[in-house]
Ligand binder design. Structure first.
Ligand SMILES: NC(=O)CC[C@H](N)C(=O)O
Length: 397
């Protein structure tokens, strides 16, 4: 009971969190927890691993990062939509994420770069969304449940069979053991980056036609990795995830980049590791980013594990063990390299200051650059771009 002298709440903040009578979307976790809110983006049902990203900017880049295949992304930053969406900020042709969860209704765009409204864009891409959720409570539930499975259902009529949605969530197998790289990889033949309709038509600077030739094995590469390689002076060719070492060698690369990508690295290993091992054997300079770093570690004899808490955000401090320098990085991973599994000639060179997990490795006597972070993701905003130049210097040395 309130005290008789308690003043009436005056501010808007004192209103109940979700006063809307009809929930037009729900998120149901496998354990039966239900979050109600307002639907946005596409109507329909989407199932996947529920994760959260703490970045304050870059929602379009996050939603179009192919590494999010099979996932529902909770944005802990409340204002999503304020800069709209535009063709230059796509990290892939289309989003691979399953859906998204927001605190506030989608904010209308107010930015000179905005080409489209976020809500309409999400609808057009079939991304099922939910707003009006207490994302702090959901984030805590995700942390407690170690990446739970969930189902988002968006139906303007507000009719939901919660038991059925929970059953769908419970039946989803989870990301552990799932190979998703092939599903998002470049299909078909090797493609030059920076020439032709794929990139120039979008207004990206053309890649140089000379310079070191870098082959990117596309396990779900973000376009900004390709742009950064081109910026650093490389001629770039993108090949499908299951390309053999012989087919890569036939392209006569000066170095090979193993890209980021979705799913469980151990499930992708059966076709990726033989290729990477053969490349290591030839002495080819290799640069592994995120999933690529995990696959490189597997190829060197290590193991990967599913993390209790994934890392997704733009302010993840990483310490270099040799120099003591700390970089603020962008991260997006739910698996990590097990440091105890690495053979004696492979050293951990960088660790996360959040949980001590492996952030970079070095292999004795080999031209290998291998990082868990996303150096192309502009966290600082340019702190990590130098890694691309470092790789090209390694290629030329
Ligand atoms: N961004 C990535 O490449 C992610 C790698 C891997 N799918 C993970 O979740 O750990």
């Amino acid at each position: 009971m309130p005290h008789a002298d308690t003043p009436e709440p005056r501010s808007r903040l004192a209103k109940p969190f979700d006063p809307t009578p009809l929930a037009t979307a729900v998120l149901v976790l496998a354990d039966g927890t239900v979050f109600r809110g307002q639907g946005c983006g596409a109507e329909g049902v989407a199932v996947g691993e529920v994760c959260f990203n703490t970045a304050m900017t870059g929602y379009q880049e996050i939603l179009t990062d192919p590494s999010y295949a099979g996932q529902i992304i909770t944005f802990t930053f409340p204002h999503i939509g304020n800069v709209g969406v535009n063709p230059e900020d796509m990290e892939a042709e289309r989003p691979a994420a399953r859906g998204f969860v927001l605190r506030e209704p989608v904010t209308g765009p107010s930015n000179w770069r905005a080409a489209q409204d976020f809500d309409a864009w999400a609808r057009g891409h079939g991304l099922v969304g939910l707003s009006g959720v207490d994302t702090r409570a959901l984030t805590r539930a995700v942390r407690r449940g170690a990446a739970p499975t969930g189902v988002i259902a968006h139906n303007p009529d507000g009719a939901f069979d919660l038991a059925d949605l929970q059953a769908q969530a419970a039946a989803w197998p989870g990301l552990a053991g799932m190979d998703l790289a092939q599903a998002v990889s470049t299909p078909g033949e090797p493609r030059p980056w920076g020439q032709g309709a794929w990139s120039v038509a979008k207004g990206y600077a053309a890649a140089p036609e000379s310079g070191p030739h870098i082959v990117v094995v596309d396990y779900g590469t973000k376009h900004n990795i390709l742009r950064n390689l081109a910026r650093a002076g490389a001629r770039v060719t993108v090949v499908p995830a299951d390309t053999t070492a012989e087919a890569i060698a036939a392209l006569k690369p000066d170095g090979v980049v193993l890209s980021n990508g979705p799913g469980d690295p151990a499930a992708t290993a059966h076709y990726a590791v033989p290729t990477i091992r053969a490349l290591i054997h030839t002495g080819m300079p290799l640069y592994g980013i995120c999933l690529g770093h995990q696959l490189l570690s597997l190829a060197l004899g290590g193991k990967t594990v599913k993390m209790a808490q994934g890392h997704r955000g733009a302010n993840h401090p990483v310490k270099d063990l040799a120099t003591g320098r700390v970089d603020i990085t962008s991260m997006n991973h739910g698996f990590a390299v097990d440091p105890d599994s690495l053979p004696a000639d492979v050293k951990v060179t960088q660790v996360s200051l959040f949980d001590g997990s492996v952030c970079a490795i070095e292999a004795e006597g080999r031209k290998i650059l291998s990082v868990q972070q996303h150096p192309e993701a502009s966290p600082g905003p340019q702190d990590s771009f130098a890694l691309f130049d470092r790789f090209l210097a390694m290629v030329k040395s």
